[in-house]
Design a protein around this ligand. Structure first.
Ligand code: PPS
Length: 303
C-alpha cells in the first residue's frame, strides 16, 4: 500500500497577517511588550536568510569560541514567535546575554528595542536564493498546498500576504533602521564573501574583544560543513524547552530536519526558469525603486 502524505497544516491569520501554525493568537501583542535586557542580542531575518548561521556565530562570540561553553549555552530554540517561545526566554539566566532569533516584521519586534535597549543584528539575503531555500523548507513542512509546487510557491512569495510576510516589506522596513546605534545590518552574501570580517564586525558590535586565534576558531566552528554536521537531524525536541503551548503543527518529530541545505549564493539559477526570472526582475525593480538597499543585494558573488 502506498504511504499517504501527511495532511497540510494550514496557516494562522492574525490581524490579516499570515503566520505558520506554530504561532499563538496573543503573540503579536505580547511579543511587542517583551522586557528587553541591555545585553540582549536579537538576530532578525526574513526566513532562510542565515538566521542560524548568525546565531551560532554570536553564541560562539559570547563563549569566546569555546565549543564546550557553546554546548552549555544550549540549543537555539525556535524563533521567539513560535510556541510563544519569548515567554520562556523571560526566565533565561541573567549571567550571560540572551541570543534570540526571530522573523517577525518590524512592528512586532519588542518595543524597547526601538528605545535603544538590546542589540539587533538584521541579516538580509537576496530574494531569489531566499525563495528557493524557503520553498525547499516549507514544502517539506507541508504547511499549505499552494506551496507544494515551485511555480505556485513563487507566485505566493511575490504577493504581500505571503506567510511570514513579503520579502520586500520585511527587508525594506528593517533597512530603514540600519543607522540606529543598536542595529547592525548584514547580508548573507557579505558573510559568504568575508566570513572572518563579519565575525570581527559582530565582535565589535557586541563589544567582545577576542584574540585573532579566537576569531579564527569561531570562523572554523561556523563553516557550512561544520554547522551541517551539528544541525542536521530531527526536529528539535520541544519538550526540552519546557512548558510551551501545545501546538501539534510542528509535525512528525521523526521528520528529517535540515536547515543546512546547500549554503551557497546563486542557487536560484538552478530553479528559476527564464520567464520566472524576468517576471521576478520586473517586480523587484518596481518594489526596490528608490531604495539604496538595492546596492546591498547581491544575486551572485565570486567566491
Ligand atoms: S530558518 O529556518 O529561517 O531559520 O533558516 P536560516 O537559518 O535563516 O537559513 C537557512 C539557510 O542558511 C544556510 N546556512 C549557511 N550558509 C553558509 N554557511 C553556513 N554556515 C550556513 N548555515 C546555514 C542554509 O544552508 C540555508 O540556505 P540554503 O540555500 O537552503 O542552503
Amino acid at each position: 500500500m502506498e504511504d499517504k502524505p501527511a495532511p497540510f497544516k494550514g496557516d494562522k491569520v492574525i490581524n490579516g497577517f499570515r503566520w505558520p501554525p506554530m504561532v499563538c493568537d496573543d503573540m503579536p501583542e505580547e511579543l511587542r511588550k517583551f522586557k528587553v535586557r541591555d545585553d540582549d542580542v536579537f538576530i532578525v531575518t526574513y526566513p532562510k536568510s542565515g538566521t542560524n548561521w548568525t546565531t551560532e556565530i554570536l553564541k560562539n562570540i559570547v563563549c569566546g569560541g569555546d565549543l564546550e561553553k557553546v554546548k552549555e549555552y544550549g540549543d537555539h530554540g525556535p524563533p521567539l514567535e513560535y510556541f510563544n517561545f519569548f515567554k520562556k526566554c523571560d526566565s533565561f539566566p541573567t549571567d550571560k546575554p540572551r541570543v534570540m532569533m526571530t522573523h517577525v516584521p518590524v512592528d512586532i519586534l519588542p518595543k524597547e528595542v526601538f528605545e535603544g535597549k538590546g542589540k539587533v543584528v538584521y541579516v538580509g539575503r537576496n530574494p531569489k536564493d531566499t525563495a528557493v531555500s524557503f520553498w525547499h523548507f516549507i514544502k517539506e513542512r507541508r504547511f499549505l498546498e499552494e506551496y507544494e509546487k515551485w511555480e505556485n510557491f513563487l507566485a505566493a512569495y511575490l504577493k504581500p500576504d505571503m506567510m511570514c510576510g513579503s520579502w520586500f516589506d520585511i527587508n525594506l522596513k528593517y533597512y530603514e533602521h540600519r543607522d540606529a546605534k543598536n542595529f547592525l545590518f548584514l547580508t548573507y552574501e557579505g558573510m559568504k564573501l568575508d566570513h572572518k570580517g563579519c565575525v570581527i564586525q559582530l565582535c565589535d558590535f557586541v563589544s567582545r574583544h577576542l584574540t585573532n586565534e579566537q576569531v579564527d576558531l569561531i570562523v572554523n566552528n561556523t563553516t557550512f560543513s561544520n554547522m551541517k554536521s551539528k544541525f542536521t537531524g530531527k526536529l528539535p525536541d520541544m519538550k526540552q524547552l519546557g512548558n510551551l503551548p501545545k501546538l501539534t503543527a510542528m509535525g512528525d518529530p521523526n521528520q528529517k530536519f535540515s536547515i543546512m541545505r546547500k549554503g551557497v549564493v546563486g542557487d536560484w539559477k538552478t530553479q528559476f526558469t527564464v520567464a520566472q526570472n524576468e517576471l521576478f526582475d520586473e517586480i523587484y525593480n518596481e518594489k526596490m525603486k528608490g531604495s539604496s538597499l538595492r546596492r546591498r543585494v547581491l544575486f551572485e558573488i565570486d567566491a
